[in-house]
Design a protein around this ligand. Structure first.
Ligand code: GNR
Ligand code: NI
Length: 175
């Protein structure tokens, strides 16, 4: 396993739409392994492949330490080509953060429950109902696969402020 570098705002790769995975190759397995190591090291509860600059529809997640009582508690797991196939009218608000937007947290409203379809590393198809933190996290990660960031749901004022802060930091780092 190896740590990979997490790309940070304003890296334009974060806006790419990632490609579907046609076949689980040894390269994809290695990527998933490295993503787990990178995610635990960060630490984070989820990671999309584009965050380590790989534009493929692959997500790692481990909510074990974060789940609240009574919530679905998925084990460390991999989602390949995940899709939201239905979402509740009911919404919930969660304070989100993103490893590609370090140390910035804001409340985001999303559907409270979603049904998600995905493949595992054995190419086996799964369908699951997600709620609570699991629902929030899988929506946040699938957004990454579509080039969407949680700041896109905030007011223009807040988003502009964040973008400006990270653009300035990137410019300073150049010098
Ligand atoms: O580690 C993470 N925590 C988190 C908290 C609330 C909502 C979503 C997340 S995902 C984030 C890691 C990350 O950036 N994944 O893309
Ligand atoms: Ni994120």
């Amino acid at each position: 396993m190896a740590l990979r570098e997490i790309i940070i705002l304003p890296d334009k790769q974060l806006r790419l739409v990632s490609n579907r995975i046609e076949k689980v190759t040894p390269e994809i397995r290695k990527l998933a392994d490295d993503m787990f190591e990178t995610m635990y090291d960060a630490p984070g509860i989820g990671l999309a492949a584009i965050q380590v600059a790989q534009p493929v529809r692959l997500i790692t997640m481990d909510l074990a330490k974060k789940s609240e009582n009574g919530e679905t508690t998925p084990q460390p797991r991999v989602f390949i080509n995940p899709e939201i196939i239905s979402a509740s009218e009911e919404k919930s608000v969660y304070e989100e953060g993103c490893l590609s937007i370090p140390e910035y947290y804001e409340e985001v409203e999303r559907p409270a429950k979603v049904r998600v379809r995905f493949l595992d590393l054995d190419g086996k198809l799964h369908e699951e109902d997600a709620e609570g933190l699991y629902a929030t996290c899988i929506q946040h990660e699938i957004d990454h696969l579509n080039g969407v960031l949680f700041i896109d749901y905030l007011s223009k004022l807040k988003r502009d402020r964040v973008n400006k802060k990270f653009s300035k930091a990137a410019k300073r780092a150049e010098e």
